[in-house]
Design a protein around this ligand. Structure first.
Ligand SMILES: O=c1ccn([C@@H]2O[C@H](COP(=O)(O)OP(=O)(O)O)[C@@H](O)[C@H]2O)c(=O)[nH]1
Ligand SMILES: O=C(O)[C@@H](COP(=O)(O)O)O[C@H]1O[C@H](CO)[C@@H](O)[C@H](O)[C@H]1O
Length: 321
């Protein structure tokens, strides 16, 4: 790693692998001393199988228990299952992407759900968690908040973790984060070597200050994480970023074809940020074999992004209230 990345990795990586490693009472005092308001956002598309337990656990720990969280919001991203009802029954406030900033329309994708979440929440500190997480992850919230509450210079904290891979009914201890390892990490190391110390650049768990999140674009699909990382590096510099070791992360995984399309979106987003890059084609062609021959399948991976929320008049009007 370059010296700046190595120094960042040493200085900006905290450990929060379980509640045993976190002084929650001290965090609550720091939150109150700083007058902070915390929003937790779960973008969810067809997550009825996992969102209920996750929300109930977070609500018990950090809303009903230690009041670290002021808003627990599930953003329903065009779900066709019972995600919204299950999340609401478990204690979350549920908003549909179509109901937030309706004048702006609604685009498909995780990044759209995250962008709209800024207009549906009020916390100055915002924590994002995927809604398909498995296992005990309640400690992710204080683990991600701790660096923000400790150091005003830090604006954005990525979770990092080992990532077991569920292959059918077996779980192998490592191997998850396939798009990270095969696409995002090599590209980020090549183009922004100062980010080489970021262990999980695509991880879906992170926290940031609203004051910076509202200043950057949100890529509408799966390029959102890599887009935010590069844009926030440019906005505040490496010293404004941090990462928290949260132990292990398990989630419901997608198949290789779906991750191929995700990788296409990540590559398109990286190219859109890489100065002087050739105009990306915006298309990704994959191949299935139907027994007789290869069948091409093309998908659009062109970057489609929303502007910084602060540029949206309706959003600014809401802040002025
Ligand atoms: O259009 C979308 C796609 C995904 N998601 C949510 O974003 C998170 C991460 O997506 P996914 O699990 O598909 O990605 P993976 O974790 O497999 O990389 C999950 O909570 C999804 O429900 C979403 O809100 N809208
Ligand atoms: O890190 C990765 O390579 C991908 C896929 O992970 P797996 O190979 O399914 O464990 O998962 C992440 O990437 C997405 C795109 O940034 C994020 O939106 C997901 O939250 C995150 O799980």
């Amino acid at each position: 790693m370059r010296p700046d990345a190595r120094a960042w990795f040493a200085d900006r990586t905290s450990s929060a692998r379980s509640l045993d490693e976190i002084d929650v009472a001290a965090l609550l005092r720091a939150k109150r001393r700083g007058g902070h308001r915390v929003s937790v956002v779960l973008p969810a598309r067809n997550e009825e199988a996992t969102v209920g337990r996750l929300v109930a656990d977070l609500h018990a720990h950090w809303v009903r228990g230690v009041p670290l969280v002021d808003e627990l919001v599930v953003v329903d991203s065009d779900s066709t299952d019972a995600t919204a009802a299950v999340a609401q029954a478990a204690g979350a406030e549920v908003v549909a992407t179509t109901d937030v900033l309706p004048a702006a329309g609604t685009r498909r994708g995780k990044g759209e759900a995250l962008w709209k979440s800024l207009a549906a929440t009020t916390g100055d500190l915002v924590v994002f968690l995927d809604a398909d997480l498995l296992g005990d992850v309640a400690h992710y919230v204080p683990g991600l908040l701790a660096p923000l509450l400790a150091d005003p210079q830090i604006a954005y904290v990525k979770g990092c973790y080992t990532r077991p891979l569920e292959v059918g009914s077996t779980v192998v201890p490592a191997g998850g984060g396939r798009v990270t390892e095969l696409t995002a990490r090599p590209l980020l190391n090549a183009l922004w070597p100062e980010l080489a110390g970021v262990v999980q650049p695509l991880g879906g768990e992170y926290a940031g200050r609203r004051s910076v999140l509202e200043q950057v674009p949100f890529v509408s699909a799966y390029g959102v994480e890599v887009g935010l990382l590069v844009d926030l590096l440019r906005l505040g510099g490496l010293s404004s970023l941090a990462q928290a070791d949260l132990g292990v992360r398990r989630h419901t995984s997608q198949d290789a074809e779906a991750l191929g399309e995700m990788a296409g979106q990540v590559v398109a987003t990286v190219l859109s940020r890489a100065a002087g890059a050739r105009e990306a084609s915006g298309l990704l062609t994959q191949f299935r074999h139907d027994g007789r021959g290869f069948v091409p399948r093309s998908s659009a991976v062109a970057v489609d992004e929303r502007p910084p929320m602060i540029t949206v008049a309706e959003y600014r009007a809401r802040l002025a209230v």
